[in-house]
Write a protein that binds this ligand. Structure first.
Ligand code: FAD
Ligand code: NAD
Length: 461
């Protein structure tokens, strides 16, 4: 059946794909008096990804860092339609998107087409595996809520199975070998959280096993955290050494099996590395819906890592599709900071486009020459006022374990680098103030206090 637009037929309809950093920031700022707004996302909530690594060991509960999308839309002046569904295809020629209900409960209708005047693509990216054999089947990722839950369950399974009677010493070593692939911020922060869990909780509850648990971080490049300044890279590597997290740089994973990985070491030789838990964090690649859209613009969409946009975030080759965040291939890093600034920018741009539309309609209807000329000048001014997106970098932060964090902060035309316990206090205050709601802030603060007073929960999910 055709999609029923529930609201004002006089207004244009904006369909927003996704409920992550980019789309939620747009949603918070968009003026719903000017447009009909529809949100389509397979998850009906926003996830505060910077604190996701803390959920893998129970420092923070996942419920504390999610915010239902409807909690955000209820504050809008006009109704926003929220559909929990995947966008499976964009038809840029008929200006519709196909959406599909991905839940386990199947209704009589599971697929529909939604028309749009403007489409905003904020679907993020998926995990990069470089097509390496066995990664999809055996490794765990760290992008979504369920990923953190899976990691936690697998970790506890490995520990409990290692404690099973008569387990051989080799099997215990394998089960307690936690391997993280990718020394970007995701891999580093996960290894740091795992280390804290080991020394703060596992040593108490599994004294006979905790000393045998090993954490290994594998990175293809000569050092971890390539985007941070040199002194912070050195500081992190030294801190990891102190924490007994072994870093294998210039090492590439070539193949993944169910109990071991094949790695190519710095000298070119191949080696087998047994593991119990394997967390894969080697960056991003485009989602299938984005790839499918690219294939419809072979002349203009020529970069695989995302959709090319102009300086106003409009997709190259289209007049009514905008792309934000990790789904775009732009000069900016795929970060929450970029995505949220882009969302805010686009809300302002849509307000200006609405004003432009209104003036165009008025100019068209006017017969008085002077009045028409005056309106045209105003229209020209509005058009000139639509400035390109400008990114303002607020700095980079990462948690590196043992209550220490690192920060690269812009200062004048340069940069200030800091690391240690004081930076961790700063890290905490930044994240607490950046959380989207008072509810989230209260829950995260309570989780931190709970962890300090009572320790982490070690029961299997
Ligand atoms: P996302 O936030 O990933 O949102 C994508 C949305 O699209 C989701 O709601 C998803 O459900 C939805 N979606 C997916 N497929 C479809 C589809 N087919 N149809 C409709 N919707 C769809 N960045 C920082 O700046 N600082 C940090 O500290 C930081 N920490 C991070 C920690 C982790 C563990 C991870 C994984 C990332 C971190 N990042 C951080 C990066 C940051 O999370 C991303 O850059 C940011 O999420 C990108 O925002 P986005 O809106 O483009 O995508
Ligand atoms: P990333 O792209 O930043 O890092 C992936 C790392 O994996 C790279 O260093 C790469 O050299 C390595 N790698 C690739 N293939 C490999 C292989 N086969 N074997 C071994 N190593 C391999 O990915 P990420 O850490 O997931 O981050 C993604 C984005 O999210 C980045 O923009 C990052 O800045 C952002 N992020 C930021 C934070 C933070 O600011 N604290 C935290 C997490 C993520």
């Amino acid at each position: 059946p055709p999609f029923q637009a529930p609201f004002d037929p006089e207004k244009k309809t904006i369909v927003i794909l996704g409920s992550g950093w980019a789309s939620t920031s747009l949603l918070k700022s968009i003026d719903t008096d000017l447009y009909n707004v529809v949100v389509v996302s397979p998850r009906n909530y926003f996830l505060f990804t910077p604190l996701l690594p803390s959920c893998t060991v129970g420092t923070i509960d996942v419920r504390s860092i999610v915010e239902p999308t409807r909690f955000i839309t209820r504050h809008k002046s006009r109704e926003v339609k929220v559909y929990e569904a995947d966008c499976t295809e964009v038809d840029p020629f008929n200006k519709t998107v196909t959406i599909s209900d991905n839940s386990e409960i199947k209704g009589q209708v599971n697929s529909s087409k939604v028309p749009y005047d403007y489409l905003v693509i904020g679907v993020g990216a998926t995990n990069q595996t470089f097509g390496i054999k066995g990664v999809q089947e055996h490794a765990l990722f760290l992008k979504e809520v369920w990923d953190a839950q899976k990691i936690r369950t697998r970790l506890m399974d490995c520990i409990e199975t290692a404690g099973f009677p008569n387990q051989s010493p080799e099997e215990i070593d394998r089960l307690l070998h936690m391997v993280v692939v990718g020394g970007g911020p995701t891999g580093v922060e996960y290894a740091a959280e795992l280390h804290d869990f080991l020394v703060e909780d596992l040593t108490t509850w599994y004294p006979e096993l905790a000393g045998k648990l090993k954490i290994t971080l594998i990175e293809a490049l000569p050092n971890v955290l390539p985007a941070f300044s040199k002194q912070l890279i050195d500081y992190t590597e030294a801190n990891f050494k102190e924490q007994n997290i072994s870093i294998h740089t210039k090492t590439m994973v070539k193949e993944v099996h169910d109990r071991e990985i094949t790695v190519q070491q710095a000298d070119g030789s191949l080696a087998q590395m047994p593991y119990g838990l394997l967390v894969w964090a080697t960056g991003n690649t485009s989602r299938p819906v984005v790839r499918n859209l690219m294939s419809k613009f072979p002349q203009t969409q020529t970069v695989g890592r995302g959709l090319l946009v102009d300086d106003w975030l409009k997709m190259q080759g289209s007049n009514d599709i905008y792309v934000l965040g990790d789904a775009a291939a732009s000069k900016y890093a795929p970060t929450a900071q970029v995505a949220s600034q882009q969302g805010k920018y686009l809300a302002r741009l849509f307000s200006k486009l609405a004003l432009q539309d209104e003036l165009e309609t008025e100019v068209y209807a006017l017969s008085d020459i002077d009045e028409k000329a005056r309106k045209l000048r105003r229209l020209e001014k509005v058009r000139r006022n639509i400035k390109p997106f400008h990114y303002s970098h607020q700095g980079s932060l990462a948690y590196i374990g043992s209550d220490k964090a690192i920060a690269d902060l812009p200062w004048g035309s340069g940069n200030v680098a800091s690391g240690g316990v004081a930076t961790y206090v700063f890290w905490r205050s930044v994240y607490l103030s950046n959380l989207f709601s008072i509810r989230n802030r209260a829950l995260v603060a309570t989780d931190w206090i709970k962890k300090n007073v009572l320790g982490r929960d070690i029961s299997r999910e």
